[in-house]
Write a protein that binds this ligand. Sequence first.
Ligand code: 13P
Ligand code: SF4
Length: 317
Amino acid sequence: MKSQSQDQNIQELKRLKSDKNAIILAHYYQTGDIQDIADFVGDSLALSQKASSNSADIILFAGVKFMAETAKILAPEKKVLLPDLNAGCSLADSCKAVDFEKFIKDNPGRTVISYVNTTAEIKALSDIICTSSNAVQIVESLPPEEKIIFAPDRNLGNYVLNKTGRDMVIWNGTCHVHEEFSLEAILRLKKENPDAKIIVHPECELPVRLVADFIGSTSSLLQFTKKDKGNCYIVATEVGIIHQMKKECPDKIYIPAPPIDSTCGCSECGFMKLITIEKILKCLKSETPEIIIEKETLLRAQKPILRMMKISEKLGL
Ligand code: 13P
Ligand code: SF4
């Protein structure tokens, strides 16, 4: 049950949103209360699509910085707010622009595909962006002989390489949440729940991907649990997605896959969880912190994102 102050916060948020013509976009890894007050909840591809097609003056992004930056790049005329600028991403941090520039120079003649989980500077150095929802299709949209650089997630990169067989050089980055799942704990849970299906985000390490019944982006995992005839799932991605799974199919059972070291027995992205309802309210009131991207970087980063959006639209993704 919501407390009185929570109710007051939500009422005030509604009023501010309407007064300022603002919308709240939230990623599936946000806490349930934030997902419930958002105007739109989605994975990184759907959030980018929504950011580029809405009539709001202000986008308040409940997610991490690279997602808010992508929204700003796609809608530069809008004010994009992120309630806590420390909401970063260990994967985006693993790929610094100076190092990536050298990596591109060391591997000449390759098309540079970067995952959306990167800074605006990395996007500006890339030819096409992808998300976990469309990475395979983006790679397959290129002629078979085209050589590729894929960055920064090595697990997603290897997953795509296995699916497509393309010539890919892969940056050695990982997400601290997805690389930490314990195979032993997942197999123990499977033994205790033999009917459960193991569903896995492609950012997970190979041993975890190998035991998966289904691998997909957050939205694909959600779709899978909706359509699948089974009723129990061991979920190897950030625990926030289970909120939507429960909303969609409340009678099914969802068991969070545990990481190697954990107190909650589940896997949380500390960056995502920096965002709270209180910070969202404060941010919308003051219209800070705002995402600002230097114009030249923004324009250079826009091209590869728009290329991704065009391919995705053509493929109905
Ligand atoms: P999605 O592309 O599935 O939304 O994932 C984003 C992300 O940050 C995964 O860790
Ligand atoms: Fe980044 Fe991992 Fe958090 Fe996703 S879950 S935002 S990849 S640190």
